[in-house]
Design a binder for this molecule. Sequence first.
Ligand SMILES: [Zn+2]
Length: 198
Amino acid sequence: MSLSLSPTGLIGGRLSLDFVNELPSSDFSWEELLRFLLLTRIISSERNAQLHALPQNDPQSAGALLSKARKLQASLAQIFTALLRKEPLARGWVEAINEVLRITEGHDELLPRNGRWGLEFVAREGGLDWLLAAIARSAAELVAEGGNAPLRICSNPDCGLFFYDNSRTRRRRWCSMSRCGNRHKVAAFSRRHSTIRH
Ligand SMILES: [Zn+2]
């Protein structure tokens, strides 16, 4: 998995898409979850260090959050696949999002980020569910956009990464040129080449 990527290397374009893309489906570990939260700056490195010790200090809370995160991810993968196929969404999948939204209290706040002001969700701390709040919120926005959302899956059938197509023409085909686009071009070129030769 591509967890060593820098934040700019995340290709989903939406937090909830990166959550499905970057973590192994359904059985990711506590460490992998924390790495994702750190990578996407949902948690600071200090918070990351504290949370690393949680499975020893409070195994019940850590276990509950991990299983909630896995359930959310599995539901999101099903939701995004259904949205791509223009199929209806099962209530249970959507409920996994609502469950996180419902128990996470907080507010939006303007915060400085990369030299500009950005609107960010600030959760009321207390429980651990706030760690999943921004992911659930991002997914909820995509679902609410419905069929109009430029949600895509990479054209490389072996890839399977989701992305939000922000391109001007809305005809982006690849998760990234370097990862899949160029590989496809090279394959097409060698196919043409061998056809000419035969
Ligand atoms: Zn790809």
